[in-house]
Design a protein around this ligand. Structure first.
Ligand SMILES: C[S@@+](CC[C@H](N)C(=O)[O-])C[C@H]1O[C@@H](n2cnc3c(N)ncnc32)[C@H](O)[C@@H]1O
Length: 240
């Protein structure tokens, strides 16, 4: 079962504060600088509800999405009629096609959990790039930046939907653990749901090494789109 199986229908409500349009504006500039004004084919890996894809299409990129969660993909499809969405695992997918750009945003890469998962995902994404193509990955926390024992809440306060999501951050070895408790109020009932999310904590060296092992040249912007940094990796123009 994927981590988002319970709260998938509330995903967009919970992340209402994210400025997807501005994030895509930032990434589109990087893409245009590296790839020029020609046609761009883009795959958004771990695309969630497809909001980045909607904005990439506003920039005239031909976009597709891939995600593990059928519920999130369903929302993504409704948001982006005519766009191809694939159900797949970022560590082992094969779409029989290559793209000029692959993105993996909002720290989704952390869900691969282990270094071997990270290396498999990096290789799999690199294998789907055209020669000279770009892989753009927004990382999760590094081990030294993660603070176990801190308490977090997210709140949705709409007329017919109230949600309080609360968790105490924990760590198990090199994996961050988020036990997310949701209290969800609708006009029908108030209910409680629970999800466990586990994301690997990778150092900058481990991230870069995984991309380099996939034969990509790595550049790192420590700020990126949300302050978590951004890996901008390029496949050799002569690569297969
Ligand atoms: C924090 S959300 C980010 C979603 C989207 N990129 C965004 O910015 O809104 C993490 C996403 O990773 C997806 N995911 C988790 N593990 C995955 C895997 N192994 N392969 C593909 N997608 C995965 C989840 O289903 C979820 O959509």
């Amino acid at each position: 079962m994927d981590s988002y199986s319970h709260a998938a229908k509330y995903y967009d409500h919970l992340y209402h504060f994210k400025d997807y349009s501005r994030e895509v504006e930032f990434i589109a500039k990087i893409i245009r600088k590296c790839q020029g004004d020609g046609e761009i084919s883009l795959l958004d890996v771990a695309c969630g509800t497809g909001v980045h894809i909607k904005h990439f299409r506003d920039h005239y990129f031909e976009a597709e999405g891939l995600d593990l969660s059928p519920q999130l993909l369903d929302t993504a499809g409704k948001r982006n009629p005519g766009v191809r969405f694939h159900k797949g695992d970022m560590t082992c997918f094969d779409l029989h096609r290559k793209y000029s750009v692959i993105t993996c945003l909002f720290s989704a890469i952390g869900y691969v959990k282990t270094i071997s998962g990270l290396e498999s995902a990096a290789k799999c994404m690199a294998d789907h790039l055209l020669p000279g193509g770009l892989l753009i990955v927004e990382p999760w926390f590094t081990p030294d930046a993660w603070r176990p024992g801190t308490v977090h809440t997210s709140i949705v306060d709409e007329p017919d939907l109230k949600i309080v999501r609360m968790n105490t951050s924990a760590v198990a070895g090199r994996v961050s653990v988020l036990d997310l408790h949701y209290l969800i109020g609708t006009p029908v009932e108030t209910s409680h749901e629970f999800e466990k999310h586990e994301l690997g904590l990778f150092t900058a060296v481990e991230m870069s090494s995984a991309f380099e092992r996939a034969e990509l040249a790595v550049d790192f912007d420590p700020e990126g789109i949300t302050g978590r940094g951004l890996y901008i990796c390029r496949k050799e123009p002569s690569g297969a």
